[in-house]
Write a protein that binds this ligand. Structure first.
Ligand SMILES: NC(=O)c1ccc[n+]([C@@H]2O[C@H](COP(=O)([O-])OP(=O)(O)OC[C@H]3O[C@@H](n4cnc5c(N)ncnc54)[C@H](O)[C@@H]3O)[C@@H](O)[C@H]2O)c1
Length: 341
């Protein structure tokens, strides 16, 4: 089987998730990794039995590397992604695509010009429950959608923010609870509801000593004319499973913690759709997550690279959730509705 050589930029928590996932994908070869700390790179490379690069230039110069996963702090995604595309590599960036729309668009343009693939990691789209809902919506099972809500009431300790200096900073995290944590569920909401048109929101820094929001709420109008609300926070103890509620003319579906917990839709037997043992994929009270959904998304991306087709979450697709979050920030600052469609 033909394999694709992949290197990871960033040897933090999520860089490790990527390498673990790559090792379980038959057509992937985890080639190496780089982070700005030589010691951290050495430890990470030894732990995962891959090559450790001493510089990003060295990673990009390695002909065995065909694709680069950018798992650096969010405000560096476009910069490092553009350098990878310019070096002829396919690009996979962690969420969010970057922290400004201008930089995100530069990355999309750089990959387009270089003829390289670009994907944004939103692994929760690949959860079996998310796929089940998307398939039902495509088949029109819920009828016309009227209301869609996302509640992400998570908890992060003070230590979570103080232990890593980029977290919660406007320059590098791009914001706080909405752009870093809630964005996963905001992406699912807009994906299920068929895209957002405009938002009106309010953000607050309620309990943490950070410069960005640890709490944000918004009203959303979707492109279809349906409406909904978003509540995203890292300030609610002890942290609850995130919840998505999708309502159509023919009934309602609820997901909690990444599983379908309620499916009350005309003509459907609920037992055929709800997940029998809804657990949680994590995130509500701790940043530690497992690698299965990353594995599913990376497998889809690598297959798309080999087939020369776009994957499910292209750069343009990944930009949508960022526009919603940035729209909420702008709305909170101006007191006006902000167009995000
Ligand atoms: N998909 C998910 O569920 C998920 C989960 C967590 C994090 N993330 C995303 O992954 C990215 C990284 O998050 P993390 O928690 O792994 O971060 P982290 O701080 O644990 O690791 C970041 C890595 O980047 C390196 N780095 C830091 N500053 C740098 C700089 N100025 N230049 C070059 N390298 C630098 C660090 O040395 C480290 O190797 C973020 O964009 C975050 O939003 C995604």
């Amino acid at each position: 089987m033909a394999t694709i050589g992949v290197a990871v930029a960033g040897c933090g928590m999520i860089g490790g998730v990527h390498v673990t996932a790559l090792k379980e994908i038959p057509n992937a070869r985890a080639v190496g990794a780089w982070s700005r700390s030589t010691e951290r790179t050495r430890q990470f490379a030894a732990q995962h039995r891959i090559r450790g690069y001493t510089s990003y230039q060295e990673l990009l110069a390695d002909r065995a590397v065909e694709a680069v996963i950018v798992a650096l702090p969010s405000g560096y995604h476009a910069e490092y992604g553009i350098r990878a595309a310019d070096a002829g590599k396919h690009v996979i960036v962690e969420k969010p695509i970057d922290v400004t729309e201008a930089r995100a668009r530069s990355l999309i343009e750089a990959c387009r010009k270089a003829g390289r693939h670009l994907s944004v990691v939103f692994q929760n789209r690949y959860a079996p429950a998310s796929q089940k809902v998307r398939k039902a919506l495509d088949a029109g099972v819920l009828g016309r959608l009227v209301l869609g809500d996302a509640y992400i009431k998570w908890w992060r300790s003070a230590q979570y923010y103080t232990s890593n200096p980029w977290r919660g900073t406007k320059a590098i995290d791009g914001g706080g609870a909405l752009i870093n944590q809630a964005i996963h569920t905001i992406d699912l909401l807009q994906w299920f509801m068929g895209g957002a048109k405009r938002v009106s929101g309010v953000v607050r820094t309620s309990t943490h000593a950070i410069e960005s929001e640890d709490l944000g709420i918004a009203t959303v109008e979707f492109l279809s004319g349906a409406v909904g609300v978003i509540e995203g926070t890292t300030a609610v103890q002890p942290g609850f499973k995130e919840r998505l509620e999708i309502h159509g003319q023919r009934g309602s579906v609820v997901l909690e913690g990444g599983f379908v917990t309620s499916w009350k839709v005309e003509g459907c037997a609920e037992g055929d759709y709800v997940d029998p043992q809804p657990g949680s994929v994590g995130g509500s009270a701790s940043p530690v997550i497992s690698h299965e959904r990353h594995r599913a998304q990376l497998a889809d991306i690598l297959a798309a690279i080999q087939a020369g087709t776009p994957s499910q979450v292209s750069g343009d697709e990944g930009l949508k959730a960022l526009r919603i979050v940035l729209g909420i920030y702008e709305s909170s600052a101006t007191g006006r509705w902000v167009d995000v469609g």
